[in-house]
Design a protein around this ligand. Sequence first.
Ligand code: SAM
Ligand code: SF4
Length: 403
Amino acid sequence: MDAEHSSATRRPVAVALGATVTASGATALPATGAPAPAKSGATALSATGAPPRSAKTIPGAPQDGGLLDRFGRVATDLRVSVIDKCNLRCTYCMPADGMPWLPQTQLMSADEIRRIVRVAVQSLGAEELRITGGEPLVRKDLEVIIAGIRDDNPDLPISMTTNAVGLDRRAQALKDAGLTRLNVSLDTLHPETFAELTRRPHLDKVLAGLEAARAAGLGPIKINAVLLRGMNDTEVVPLVDWAVTNGFEMRFIEDMPLDGDRSWSATNVIPARDIRAAIEEAFTLTADPRGRGAAPAERWEVRRPGETAVAGHIGIISSVTEPFCAACTRTRVTADGKVRSCLFSHEETDLLSALREGTDDAGIAQVWRDAMWAKPRAHGSDRVGLARADFVQPERTMSAIGG
Ligand code: SAM
Ligand code: SF4
């Protein structure tokens, strides 16, 4: 087999970290703690003009066992995107007009996804699977995909990240197919803000989906929210209150430079410590005794004022201001079957072509090991930090990678 099944057809885009795109309106949380701007004043994002880079093979990758990288991390947490399309257009993720979607022939089929997951679990030691997208529910054969994976891997925890639009009609079938857990993205409880933020008026559909998921016994259910300055940053406490009341775990994710509009700005990131401080004005937070492990979220127990009983849990994913790259255990496969060793990678390894060329399971596993051995230290580079002057936003955006 070829040493490299590599392709990187998309070019990285340089991000002006100092760019300030301040939304008008309320700014409930201060703009502190975001990485220091590398450049000042610039708002324009420019293409680098660099040619597409092929994933390099770095000598030294193990020839058996799991997905080890050069920094001693072992990837056991598999994230597979099943589609790049989505039915929402969240401003922090997708442009208003969507993206150039992958042609059907480039999407992994249900059988191809099943095979790739089987190799990851049975040959490479993957311990859990998260299905993501794009929006996984846009795939009509999602139940078939999950049922196939479940048949091969009876004990594998299978979770899904979804916007829950349309979940009300499919929650039970997904549960029956073998889905275990759910993360639902919901950034606001106000219909108008929802429509502005996602560019679609579907808050009621998300809430119906959540209700159906709970009724189907899919759990635990976590709610993912990205806070945007001037948009929904006044909703930290109401979201926690609502989640705790409904038995959901609320998770706040710092806005990352992976948006399709290329308008991300470090100064607009609401830092984890400000989110914590806002919550602590209404609740008591205590570090979750279960700890963080390799989980991206720092987890906290939530108590209501004057109460000793734990009312619920929250998590804060501080990818920008308090990165956790040193403990990363993730390996990602895009909907077109490319391994991305890091969210911010500029290089990808083409697993699907290897598979379609007839490579056997052992060969697929080795292509994957080689890809993960080259995993960069942090944020797409062997140098650390999103605040690096040379940080370059990857060409693939969050919806095309699979968050
Ligand atoms: N469509 C599904 C959803 O929204 O849950 C799954 C795919 S979405 C790309 C996965 C997660 O990525 C969501 O929780 C979303 O909020 C998050 N996300 C998208 N763009 C992001 C960004 N620029 N920064 C941080 N999180 C982002
Ligand atoms: Fe779609 Fe999810 Fe991106 Fe929102 S975050 S546009 S729901 S893929």
